[in-house]
Design a binder for this molecule. Structure first.
Ligand code: ADP
Ligand code: MG
Length: 264
């Protein structure tokens, strides 16, 4: 090794691998004469491979923030670097491309097409991303397996599934484009607590086993605790940002395999 090489290696360690860098983000909504300041200056960074919860009471600005992080909306002011690139002022079509290539979304209400099959729902983002037809089915099957939905459900219509199964389809749909970042907004809000817990363990597995960066939005501490870090917001401002030891599986769930989980 040359002397110059070793210098370069040392420098690499100094580079912070920030996936998300928010600097003084604000969001103001106008309707008629009424101005609502929802985000009042949010700054934080998330590194590649982190599992972070954003927690706050209803109306605190969580979904607004998620829409900005997810390139579904732009901030009123401030900068947002995603993988080092400022995306806070890009036009809609460029944002759509970034969403399709880098991001996966999971919502409280699942947002599936009810009269389409599970497979069809999961394939849809691949159609939008213009993935060649021959690659679509294997990718969809891979994502459904990773999301833990048992194979005997893959050709059902989504309106024939339980809530837990629907959320697994939504997770598979979020995974199918191999996103580096998954954004989940109250993903357990429509699930009973046991099913919710299993879905949250699925996020933990996707983070630990596949290295996905995950941002989990919730109003509930018992949900936020599944992550390794909790950012609390209130009235559009960060009030706390701390690292925690993530909540572990209950003993009774410890040895449950993905296929067993998928029956729920
Ligand atoms: P949370 O997800 O934490 O419940 P939201 O981000 O959905 O909070 O909303 C925060 C505040 O912003 C609320 O007071 C809400 O009424 C307001 N808000 C959200 N979207 C809009 C909008 N499009 N126009 C005006 N006000 C909005
Ligand atoms: Mg919300």
């Amino acid at each position: 090794m040359e002397v110059g090489d070793s210098v370069q290696v040392v420098n690499l360690y100094d580079i912070q691998n920030n996936m998300i860098e928010l600097k003084n983000i604000t969001k103001v909504y106008h309707s008629g004469d009424v101005e609502t300041v929802v985000l009042k200056g949010i700054s934080f960074t998330v590194q590649d491979g982190e599992f972070v919860s954003i927690m706050g009471p209803s109306g605190s600005g969580k979904s607004t923030l998620m829409h900005i992080i997810g390139a579904l909306d732009t901030p009123t002011s401030g900068t947002y670097l995603l993988d080092g690139k400022d995306i806070s002022k890009l036009p809609d079509d460029v944002l759509a491309k970034i969403r399709s290539e880098k991001l996966g979304f999971v919502f409280q209400a699942f947002n599936l097409l009810p009269r389409a099959t599970v497979i069809r729902n999961v394939i849809l983002p691949l159609v939008y991303a213009e993935v060649p037809i021959i690659e679509r089915m294997p990718k969809a099957e891979h994502a459904l397996a990773a999301a833990g939905l048992s194979e005997d459900r893959w050709h059902h219509l989504t309106n024939q599934l339980s809530g837990g199964q629907m959320q697994r389809v939504a997770i598979a749909r979020a995974l199918v484009n191999n996103p580096s970042l998954i954004l989940a907004d109250e993903p357990t809000g429509n699930l009973d607590s046991k099913t919710g817990e299993i879905v949250l363990h699925t996020f933990q597995d996707l983070n630990t086993e596949q290295g996905r960066t995950i941002i989990l939005i919730t109003h509930a501490m018992e949900v936020a605790e599944y992550a390794d870090r909790i950012i609390q917001i209130r009235d559009g401002l960060i009030v706390e940002d701390k690292r925690i030891t993530r909540k572990k599986r209950n003993q009774e769930n410890k040895n449950i395999s993905i296929s067993q989980r998928s029956t729920i």
